[in-house]
Write a protein that binds this ligand. Structure first.
Ligand code: IMP
Length: 189
C-alpha cells in the first residue's frame, strides 16, 4: 500500500488486471453460443469494459449508454441511448461500481422491458454496505468499503479516470479545495 495523507492506493494495477481476466473467462464459459451484447455505462465503465471485452474470447458486441440522475430526487433518465436493439439479446451490463444499486436496478428493468432474452451484470466494484435496493451482480470484481474511490474509470470531478490503479480518498476537503491534488502529487519526484 502506498500513498499520501489525502489518498491511498488500495488496489494495484496487476490485481485489477488479473481479476478482469478471471471475470472474462467466467463470462466466456457462461455465454458460449449466446453472443453477449455488452452494454457499457458511460463514462466510468470504459476502461473496465475495454479490458473485459478483450478477455471474453467468444463472439460479442459492444454498445454504450449514458444515464442522467436528476438532482436529489434520484430520478434516472437516459442521456444517451444504445444504437443496438436489445430484443432477444443476451445483455451484459458493464458497470464500474455499484453503490446504492438504484442505477443498476433501473437499467436492468429497462433492458427487460425492451425484451432482452437475458440480463446480467458485470460490476468491477461493489460497495455492498451502501446498498439501498437489492440487485443481483452476476460477475463481481471486488467488494470494497464505503470510501470514495478514484482511478480506472472512477472520477473526481472528471479527473483520474486514466489512473491504472485504484485510490481511496482519505481527505475529501483536500480534494474539494484542489481537485488536481492527486495528479500533482503523482507527478512530483
Ligand atoms: P448507484 O446508483 O448509487 O449504485 O451509483 C452508481 C454510480 O455512482 C457509479 O456508476 C458511479 O458513477 C458513482 N459512484 C459511486 N461510488 C463511487 C466512487 O467511489 N467513486 C466514483 N464514482 C462512484
Amino acid at each position: 500500500m502506498s500513498g499520501f495523507s489525502f489518498a491511498t492506493r488500495v488496489i494495484e494495477e496487476v490485481d485489477i488486471q488479473s481479476r478482469v481476466v478471471e471475470l472474462g473467462q467466467a463470462i466466456a464459459r457462461d455465454y458460449q453460443n449466446r453472443d453477449p451484447l455488452f452494454i457499457v455505462m458511460l463514462l466510468g465503465s470504459v476502461p473496465f469494459a475495454a479490458d473485459l471485452a478483450r478477455a471474453v474470447d467468444i463472439p460479442s458486441e459492444i454498445d454504450f449508454m449514458a444515464l442522467h440522475r436528476f438532482g436529489e430526487s434520484g430520478r434516472i433518465g437516459i442521456a444517451m441511448d444504445l444504437t443496438t436493439p436489445v430484443l432477444d439479446r443476451n445483455v451484459l451490463i458493464v458497470e464500474d461500481i455499484v453503490d446504492t444499486g438504484l442505477t443498476l436496478t433501473v437499467l436492468r428493468r429497462m433492458m427487460a422491458d425492451r425484451g432482452a432474452a437475458s440480463v446480467a451484470t458485470a460490476a468491477l466494484f461493489d460497495k455492498t454496505a451502501r446498498r439501498v435496493t437489492e440487485v443481483p451482480i452476476e460477475y463481481r470484481g471486488f467488494e470494497v468499503g464505503d470510501e470514495y474511490l478514484v482511478g480506472y474509470g472512477l472520477d473526481w470531478e472528471g479527473l483520474y479516470r486514466n489512473l491504472r490503479s485504484i485510490w481511496a480518498v482519505l481527505d475529501i476537503e483536500a480534494f474539494v479545495a484542489d481537485p488536481r491534488i492527486l495528479s500533482t502529487a503523482l507527478r512530483s519526484p
